[in-house]
Ligand binder design. Sequence first.
Ligand SMILES: C[S@@+](CC[C@H](N)C(=O)[O-])C[C@H]1O[C@@H](n2cnc3c(N)ncnc32)[C@H](O)[C@@H]1O
Length: 164
Amino acid sequence: MAIRKSTIEMVQTGDVTRPRAAFARDPATAAYYERRAAEYDEWYLGQGRFASRERPGWRSELDRVVELVAGLPAARTLDVACGSGFLTRHLRGLVVALDQSRAMVALTQSRLPRGVALVGDALALPFADGAFDRVLTGHLGRKVGSAGQAPGGRAPVSLSFARR
Ligand SMILES: C[S@@+](CC[C@H](N)C(=O)[O-])C[C@H]1O[C@@H](n2cnc3c(N)ncnc32)[C@H](O)[C@@H]1O
């Protein structure tokens, strides 16, 4: 899956400078993920267009990430921008997953028999404070800048490993 390159625009609010969340508001990016949802896992699995890519250590790094997610104690967890649910499915406890792409949400729901996957906006989460014990974001934080505070004020678990 080719990655769209974007320029990060900075926004000043009082003393704080942070990146504008252009990625997460960009209609072209939204259309891209919707279109490519069925192929998204090829990036993780080294299949399709990624089959010929040299990625030393990729498999063991991925295994460690999956192990980390699977090893989190069972909790009420919100996965923000869940994508295809590749990581979401390893969460334990009550899991709610959210993504702006309907196709991604359908894939995640198929992998989440005891959880719920919803279409929604990561930048305007439709949940009350305290609704979750944990928030997970995978490969989103680097694109939108700081993931900020999770609903309820807890710091999110943000996973990201280098795209290659
Ligand atoms: C790089 S993928 C990461 C998917 C998954 N978290 C993972 O780690 O495999 C980025 C995902 O963010 C979603 N996304 C981007 N902006 C969003 C927004 N404003 N609200 C909800 N989802 C968004 C895209 O639809 C896409 O599924």
